[in-house]
Ligand binder design. Structure first.
Ligand code: ZN
Length: 490
């Protein structure tokens, strides 16, 4: 075998083992008996050690040196394998181990601090984690801005400065829209009725099918947190049911179906290779957001969904489709990111992005985070944070050392805005289909323009090739102002 053949065979086996690891995680969240937890921890640790050894196997370096790409796809695969390999070998083993230990310890301390509404016990472990991540960035690339190095794990090819410029351009219009919507007199109607778990699941499965989820190569199960897991021909999603609020189950499922569609539609030729998965967190999130928001929360689709909900449930309110559409898109003041709406969500993300970037660059001390968070929150949201669990302690990410992850949520929204504008221009009668409960023209457009390419093009290139235009925040902001301006009569 030539060097490139050996390297690709090795990559295929590593990719298969990665899928096995994902399946173990899925099982742990859905099916695993409680008494199996200790044994599972050993199973996962053994597999993780094997994967860790493979990622920094010295033969990869030799193969990469000798490998001759035959085409663009080979070149893309070599580029990603080289990037992974360099990141794996440059981080010393003791630093990697200390990062894993601190993340595990940090999670427990964070959960207790959040329950007690007291950041103080969490600050030392957060400070330690920040130092470890700075050390990691330094080991990978001593010349680069440390936050830029960390972003590469989630959204390769973008720098903190580029993201800051994009976000700074969005903030004034988002603040203004938020003020106008919440300053409006009328209150959007709420949902009322009886929503049995069986009926919720049945309707949710039907909606997933209509959004193109392939049940032959996937399944939906219940879990505490909704997620999507796996690539290629085994992509599973989870959902959760709240008897008082069927939107949780429905819309989290549409969101996860967006993630799953990306993985299910990657070209078969890329399956079980480094290229056979979504290219970045931001592009992944763009697929889930466009499914959930631009399609699932559109007036046309809501008209169909209202009819289905009247049939499926004992729905007492809202009585008509317009009021139902307003209920689906209700905007209310709040402090929690995960409960936020399309208008306020990105303001939550930008706050976290600016604070974590300053922390990693040593410009903001852990002792000052709570004050910085609360001051910024009041400026962006117009009301004060009442307690730390509604403020800096609400998200798990920092305890796990996931610095650089937050901005990908808003990048996903920006990309979704670009894709939505382009697909609407290509599909002038899309609303007629959505009104029949049929998003397939849009989901097929996304499968063809974005999803089938897997990780072959770089993240921003995927969006720019699909839309034929540079990435810009303008389409998202135009869409939000038009949609909520009409909903709230602004
Ligand atoms: Zn998501």
């Amino acid at each position: 075998m030539t060097a490139i053949q050996e390297l690709f065979a090795f990559d295929a086996a590593t990719s298969a083992l990665d899928q096995v690891m994902g399946r173990l995680h899925w099982d742990q969240e859905t099916m695993m008996p409680e008494g199996a937890a200790d044994q599972r921890a050993h199973e996962v640790a053994a597999l993780e050690e094997l994967l860790h050894t493979r990622r920094q196997d010295a033969r990869i370096g030799d193969w990469l040196e000798a490998a001759e790409p035959r085409d663009e796809t080979d070149a893309a695969r070599l580029r990603l394998l080289r990037r992974d390999y360099l990141r794996a070998v440059r981080v010393p083993a003791d630093l990697a181990a200390e990062l894993a230990r601190t993340a595990s310890r940090g999670h427990g301390i964070w959960a207790k601090a959040r329950a007690a509404d007291d950041p103080a016990p969490f600050l030392p472990v957060l400070g330690h984690m920040l130092q470890l991540k700075r050390d990691m960035a330094q080991a990978i690339d001593p010349e680069a801005d440390p936050y830029d190095v960390l972003i590469e794990d989630y959204e390769p090819g973008l720098t903190g400065a580029e993201i800051a410029e994009l976000f700074d351009g969005m903030r004034p219009r988002l603040r203004a829209l938020r003020d106008a919507v919440l300053g409006h007199e009328g209150k959007a109607p709420a949902l009322a009725g009886r929503f049995t778990p069986e009926a919720q699941l049945a309707l949710t499965r039907e909606v997933a099918r209509r959004f193109g989820y392939d049940f032959d190569r996937g399944r939906i199960d219940l879990a505490v947190h909704p997620f999507s897991s796996g690539s290629g021909s085994d992509v599973r999603i989870t959902t959760r049911i709240d008897e008082a609020d069927p939107f949780g189950c429905l819309y989290s499922t549409i969101h996860e179906v967006g993630h799953a569609a990306y993985e299910q539609h990657v070209s078969d030729a890329l399956a079980l290779t480094r290229l056979g998965q979504g290219v970045s967190m931001g592009v992944h999130e763009s697929q889930s957001r466009i499914f959930e928001n631009q399609l699932g929360r559109s007036r046309a689709f809501c008209g169909w969904l209202h009819g289905e909900m009247v049939r499926a449930f004992d729905l007492t309110a809202p009585a008509d489709a317009d009021a139902f559409y307003a209920a689906v898109n209700r905007v209310e003041p709040g402090s929690i990111r995960t409960e936020s709406d399309e208008v306020q969500y990105n303001l939550h993300i930008m706050l976290r992005f600016d604070l974590e970037r300053a922390m990693i660059r040593g410009e903001l001390d852990v002792a000052d985070i709570e004050e910085a968070w609360n001051a910024r929150f009041e400026a962006d949201f117009g009301h004060r944070v009442d307690r730390a669990s509604n403020g800096m302690l609400q998200d798990v990410h920092w305890s796990a050392g996931l610095f650089g992850y937050f901005p990908t949520y808003s990048l996903g929204n920006v990309y979704a805005g670009c894709l939505h504008a382009a697909l609407r221009a290509d599909l002038p009668d899309l609303d007629d289909h959505l009104a029949q409960g049929d998003p397939s023209p849009a989901t097929e457009w996304l499968a063809d323009r974005v999803q089938r390419h897997g990780s072959v093009p770089e993240p921003r290139a995927v969006i720019e090739q699909a839309t034929g235009a540079p990435v810009s925040e303008a389409p998202l902001l135009d869409y939000l102002e038009a949609k909520f301006g009409a909903l709230y009569g602004l």
